[in-house]
Every structure is written in structure tokens, then in C-alpha cells.
Design a protein around this ligand. Structure first.
Ligand code: AMP
Ligand code: GLY
Length: 423
């Protein structure tokens, strides 16, 4: 079958790398892709939210499945666009409907969904410009730190964790009245701060049954020891060592099952990935957020640990055989280290030549912000390359990734040498 992957990051390179290995994969397209995806498929320079251009590509190239990497096309309704078009409704979209994508597109929707289905999460209330005073009053009932979340998509920047009540109030006002995060903060969720260790679980569902993919933990802060600004993710490990069989069982019964059942009960079409961000408070898992896609860089450790044919599993969603398909996971530990541009996550320059990315023995190199320009691979984003390795132990996997992270070079390269430090 011909497959199209939407997106251009390390996540999409990891998905393309895996899908290209399937005996069921005929032509593989990635839009817009990067210099790495072009090694395993054919890049098409189309924006992920340009549904009409995507339609032309799908028809011209006889694409039967579209795997959606990032959240934007999902929140904008690519699933519904395909379903409602007679020329496209035979194509399988791996990703939820617009309504299902609200689990990520609206924090308020997600919180209300969790409440309806008794899914453990932080206590919360939501506010808009007409209920600012009630927001101040609610803050007074909480103890610091205060967690303020813009309701809508804010490119990963919409969550504020603030120690002082006066600052929390002034930020709330700026989100609601001064559009601090634009339209995304016209509604704000205020929630109780949860103190614990974070992890992520990933589920793939056909809307009826589900399979649990490997767990992962990502490292979001730019600086070693989890300091400094938030980024998209500086590295990740899989599996998460503190998740034993009992804790996983708890996550499945209290969170995964009611989430999938809840979608079904509410008649929300959902055939795709569900990424559940969790925090372990004492021995209890609580949901911090849902994402309706895979994580990046979590995908760069989750997908390589899957031994079975992943496209075959996705085909099961299309042809109704999903529950019979195998999902075999490697026992090995995977770790990834992200090489980033100097200045990231703030202002950075692009266009620097990347050297030594081809010969990194012992690691898999997933491109993120890269491009090929006149035959030369160059930096093209803040997060540039993810270096993934396997090991019998986390230390072993990290040693290989760190060695190759050292070897690959471009002007201004930086990376965290302490991925997994807290495990
Ligand atoms: P989110 O975009 O919802 O994932 O939030 C970004 C980050 O903020 C999370 O990865 C957590 O580190 C932190 N966070 C979000 N909600 C809470 C909470 N209720 N308590 C503690 N930390 C939180
Ligand atoms: N690494 C976090 C995310 O993809 O949202």
C-alpha cells in the first residue's frame, strides 16, 4: 500500500523509518519531511494543514493511508475532511476526528471528559474573561505553586507554574484580558499542582479496542538537571524503569480503559494514537494531559522498540483486523539524545552544515530540523537530530547515544549529557 506521513520532525522520521521496513509498504511519502525522511521515502513539499494539496497528492499517488504526525491537522479536522469527501473516504487516516482531537485542542474539554469518566487528574476549574474574579477566588483556595493552562493549542508554551499568588493573578488577567496566548487563552484552566514523577504512556486504538505501546519519559527542559526553559524535548528513554507490572495495571484499569471506553460511549471517532501524560503521585497515576498524536522525542525510543511489522498493525485499523495483530516489544532499553541549535528554544540560526551524521555505529540517527541543500545536509530547526541507541541497560544505551552525539557536528551544536539522570 502507498502511505503518506504528515510532519517533518524526528517523530516523523522514526515513523517513516519503521513503516518503510514493512513488506506491505509500497510507496512512502512524507509531507513536508526532512533530510532524513528522504532517505526512507519521498518528501513532498506540502504544508500539513493544506488539506487541498494533501488531497491532490493522495489521489495522484493512490495513497491508502495517511499517518498524521503533529496535532495541528487533527485539531483542524483532517479526519473529517477525508470522511466527508467521496474521493477520499476510502483512505484510512491514522488520527482522531476533530471532536476526538479536542482532547488535546482544549484543556477544558479534556478535563470535563476525565471528570465524566472518573479518570484521575488534578482538581480544576476553568474561567473566561467574564469570570476573572471567580478565577482570583479559586486561586485563593489553592496552595502554591499555581498551575495556569491556556485552554487551546499554544505551541507547548501555554502552561504556567507560578509560586506567588499575586503573580498568578496577574498572569491570569493577562491570559484572559490581554490575550497572552492569543485565542488559546480566552479560556484558562486553573488546577491543583501535582507533586511527583512524570511519565508517558502511548496507546493505539481502532476506536473499539486498544494496544499499549512502550512507556517513555522525556526531558523537556533545556538545561542539565532539568533546569531552564521548556523545549519540545531534549531526550527520552523507554521503558520507564519505575513502572512495574502493578503500576501499569493500575494505569490501564483507571486511565487507559475508561479513556477508550469514554470515547466509544460518547460516539467520538478515534482511530489513532493517544498519548497520555501522567504524573505518579505517591503510588497513584494521574493524568496531566492528553495528546492525540505520538510524542517527540518519545517516538524515537518507542517505535524502535517495536519488533513487529508496524504498518501491518495500522492496516488492521483499516481492514477491521486490528485486535488480531501482534505487537511485539523488544526487552532492550532505548534512549535518545537530541542535538539542538545554539539559542534554542529561543532565537537560533539555521543553515549550518551537519557532518558525520551518516556513520554513527551503534545508533539510529533520526533527523528532526534538517534539510538537504545542494547535496549538503544542513540544520533547519531548533531540534536538529535525535540519536537513538539500544542497550541491555539504560547506561549502555546512553553511552552509545552520547558517543555519537559527540561525533556528529554542526556550528552551535548542544545537547544534554544527563538524559535519564533521575532514574
Ligand atoms: P502540559 O502542557 O499540560 O503537559 O503541561 C506542561 C508541563 O507542566 C507538564 O509536563 C508538567 O511538567 C507540568 N504540569 C502540568 N500540569 C501540572 C500539574 N497539575 N501539576 C504539576 N505539574 C504540572
Ligand atoms: N515531548 C512532548 C510532546 O511531544 O508533547
Amino acid at each position: 500500500m502507498n502511505v503518506l506521513i504528515l510532519g517533518s520532525g524526528g517523530r516523523e522520521h522514526a515513523l517513516a523509518w519503521k513503516i518503510s521496513q514493512s513488506s506491505s509498504c509500497n510507496k512512502l511519502f512524507i509531507a513536508p519531511g526532512n533530510a532524513g525522511t528522504n532517505l526512507v521515502g519521498i518528501n513532498k513539499n506540502i504544508d500539513v494543514t493544506d488539506f487541498n494539496e494533501i488531497k491532490h497528492l493522495v489521489i495522484d499517488e493512490d495513497v491508502e493511508m495517511v499517518v498524521v504526525g503533529p496535532e495541528d491537522p487533527l485539531v483542524n479536522g483532517i479526519y473529517d475532511f477525508f470522511k466527508n469527501d467521496n474521493d477520499l473516504n476510502h483512505v484510512s487516516i491514522i488520527g482522531p476526528s476533530k471532536e476526538g482531537a479536542q482532547l488535546e485542542g482544549s484543556k477544558k474539554f479534556a478535563k470535563e471528559f476525565m471528570q465524566r469518566h472518573n479518570i484521575p487528574t488534578a482538581k480544576y476549574k476553568s474561567f473566561d474573561k467574564d469570570t476573572l474574579q471567580e478565577g482570583y477566588d479559586f486561586l485563593e483556595t489553592l496552595s502554591p505553586p499555581y498551575v495556569l493552562k491556556a485552554d487551546g493549542l499554544a505551541a507547548g508554551k501555554g502552561v504556567l507554574i507560578i509560586n506567588s499568588i499575586s503573580e498568578a493573578k496577574s498572569e491570569l488577567k493577562s491570559m484572559l484580558l490581554d490575550s497572552k496566548f492569543g485565542q488559546a487563552s480566552s479560556t484558562v484552566v486553573i488546577e491543583e499542582f501535582l507533586d511527583g514523577i512524570e511519565l508517558s504512556v502511548f496507546v493505539i486504538t481502532n476506536g473499539d479496542t486498544y494496544k499499549i505501546l512502550p512507556t517513555a519519559k522525556d526531558y523537556k527542559r533545556i538545561g542539565e538537571g532539568d533546569t531552564g526553559l521548556n523545549t519540545g524535548g531534549m531526550g527520552a528513554v523507554s521503558p520507564v524503569p519505575f513502572v512495574d507490572r502493578f503500576f501499569m495495571e493500575k494505569i490501564e484499569q483507571e486511565i487507559i480503559k475508561p479513556s477508550i471506553e469514554g470515547l466509544k460511549k460518547e460516539n467520538i471517532s478515534y482511530k489513532g494514537f493517544l498519548f497520555i501524560g501522567l504524573i505518579k503521585v505517591g503510588s497513584e497515576p494521574k493524568v496531566i494531559e492528553y495528546n492525540v498524536r505520538m510524542g517527540d522525542p518519545e517516538t524515537e525510543v518507542v517505535i524502535p522498540r517495536i519488533k513487529s511489522d508496524f504498518l501491518n498493525l495500522l492496516k488492521g485499523i483499516k481492514d477491521g483486523t486490528f485486535s488480531e495483530k501482534d505487537l511485539n516489544i523488544s526487552e532492550d532499553v532505548a534512549a535518545t539524545v537530541m542535538l539542538v541549535s545554539e539559542g534554542y528554544p529561543q532565537k537560533y540560526n539555521k543553515g549550518y552544515e551537519i557532518i558525520n551524521s551518516e556513520n554513527c555505529e551503534g545508533s539510529i540517527i533520526f533527523h528532526a530540523g534538517t534539510t538537504k541543500d545542494e547535496g549538503i545536509v544542513k540544520t533547519n530547526g531548533g531540534r536538529v537530530i535525535a540519536v537513538t541507541s539500544f542497550g541491555k541497560t539504560l547506561e549502555g544505551a546512553l553511552a552509545k547515544s552520547n558517543k555519537n552525539a559527540e561525533k556528529i557536528n554542526f556550528q552551535g551544536k548542544s545537547y544534554r549529557k544527563d538524559i535519564g539522570f533521575d532514574l
